[in-house]
Design a protein around this ligand. Structure first.
Ligand code: AMP
Length: 220
């Protein structure tokens, strides 16, 4: 099944969690630009790595040209031929336009842009209680998806950490940036008839079922 998917929604909507589940079930690769940048920051201690780290810690957006370059490289890998789930990209209309042009050049098209709708207060509560495994990237939530043992990853048994940008003040700023820069991307996909809305407050399993339904319908 071909599925070229974009996951949209505010930070904390659960995009990464749903994308990982969908990848497990369908084999469609999950591509998170946030994860790619966190990797770059961890590995590269040069000027670029430092610049990205600073931008992320402030909750601002990495410049479009850089994000686009990174995405182009990743989407050119073999595992993306039959599909991908883009999580956290595009975040600006310029990125959406770039993606469309790039896919055009490969005679591909986005099959659906799925928007996970979640109110600001829910997002703030979720993100400030989110924890991740520094080793495998698995996402937990101290309130809704806690690890079996106190703040340890179920798989790796290492201590979970909080992302620097999940502190309340930064979360609120990221939400503001989302409204300003990413809301126009919703309209962009709506105008193309590709937007599907999913209520992001109905629980992970229910959301995943809805997404699978959308993939089945739009992948034909
Ligand atoms: P995320 O894990 O998707 O919340 O991304 C974490 C941070 O990485 C964001 O707050 C941005 O600083 C940066 N980032 C990730 N994806 C993008 C993107 N598509 N455009 C610009 N910045 C991004």
């Amino acid at each position: 099944m071909m599925a070229y998917l974009v996951f949209l929604g505010p930070p904390g909507a659960g995009k990464g969690t749903y994308a990982k589940r969908i990848q497990e079930i369908t084999g469609i690769p999950h591509i998170s630009t946030g994860d790619i940048f966190r990797e770059i920051v961890k590995k590269e201690n040069d000027e670029l790595g430092k610049k990205i780290k600073e931008i992320m810690e402030r909750g601002e957006l990495v410049p479009d040209e850089l994000v686009n370059e990174v995405v182009k490289r990743r989407l050119s890998e073999k595992d993306c031929e039959k599909g991908f789930i883009l999580d956290g990209y595009p975040r600006t209309v310029a990125q959406a336009q770039f993606l469309e042009d790039f896919l055009d050049s490969q005679e591909k098209k986005i099959t659906a842009a799925i928007l996970f709708e979640v109110p600001e207060e829910v997002v703030v509560q979720r993100l400030t209680s989110r924890r991740i495994c520094p080793k495998c990237g698995r996402i937990y939530n101290l309130l809704s998806l806690p690890p079996k043992e106190d703040e340890l990853c179920d798989d790796c048994k290492v201590k979970l950490i909080q992302r620097d940008d999940d502190k309340e003040e930064t979360v609120r700023h990221r939400y503001k940036v989302y409204l300003e820069k990413t809301e126009p991307v919703i309209e962009y996909y709506e105008n193309k008839g590709l937007l599907k809305r999913v209520d992001g407050t109905i629980g992970i399993d229910n959301v995943v079922s809805k997404v699978l339904e959308i993939i089945r319908w739009s992948g034909k």
